[in-house]
Design a protein around this ligand. Sequence first.
Ligand code: PLP
Length: 363
Amino acid sequence: MNWKPILSTMKPYTPGRSIAEVKRTYGLQEVNKLASNENPYGSSPAVAEYLRSKADQFEMYPDAFTAGLRTKLAEFHQVDPMEILFGNGSDEMVTMISRALLQPGTNTVMASVTFPQYAHNAKIEGAEIRQVPMLDNGDHDLEGFLKAADDHTAIIWVCNPNNPTGNLLSSKKIKDFLDQAPKTALVVLDEAYFEYVTDPGQEDAMNWIHDYDNLIVLRTFSKAYGLASFRLGYGVTNKANMAELNKVRNPFNNNSLALAAAEVALGDQQFLQDCVKKNHTERKRYVDYAEKNSIAIYPSETNFVLIEVPMDSDEACEKLLQHGFIVRSGNLLGTPGYVRVTIGTEQQNTDFFKAFDQLLITE
Ligand SMILES: *Cc1c(COP(=O)(O)O)cnc(C)c1O
């Protein structure tokens, strides 16, 4: 068959190991998954309540216009309802944007390291990938981005805060960048962890979409809202960009339950704020732990940290698995010598530090 030749060089996404499998393999009673940046506090109780009592009409296609969530979200973000595009997770937003803009002869600019799906999709579309090494502190090198971009650049990916480092670029830096970036390139500001940012200087980038015609801002219900299982992300951009992106969107790409769950979750900002506050407190404990033990840690504004390990990353992951913790190896993320750990609950983190202590002793 005539598969795209590039596919022979690619691998499917490798998911983290499941709790059930790790329990079985290591004979453990309790296993904590701190690998996929899921919300350790779950989701708003109002969501489960809704699904138990009100979910029905499973035979109907979802509302193609996603009116309920669209209206509420537009109000929440103070944007026009027609400026919002929904994806099956922001993962699908990345796919749609790539599909609409990338082809052979175009190039796309991104950081190294950053969210791997940008490069993955670019390969499939046949675009040239221009990866700009991150600065020593883990920030995107936005000046390097400007040098890498040209007239054939179709997409520039700015992951803020960045996965897997957790680094946040200031709003001023992003706006300066937008002022100088080629107007012919769509700048994608992937803000999957926006809700977790506690830096008081952070502005809401949704307010900039009319200042910059080439800007789209991505958010998701998977992380702080705790609804990863429902697969719901969205992008906000002007109507002209929206019109093009809508052409590559699959019909009914969001399911009814996901749309309803997100609507309920959006209405429970108290739950969200509680999670963000706890995460902030727990994040500080990771920084303190790293400092106390002289381990490098990137400055995270998210619900995960990228921390140094005193051995090969895969080996460290294996040892942490034996203690019941699933984390993400830096070897997979392009950050060897580090592991990415999702910040858990207070108890999970206390237990994690005990497990990590063992890595330091055996060294
Ligand atoms: C988790 C994540 C996503 C994908 O989120 P979904 O909405 O679950 O598809 C997108 N971008 C970044 C940077 C992420 O970390």
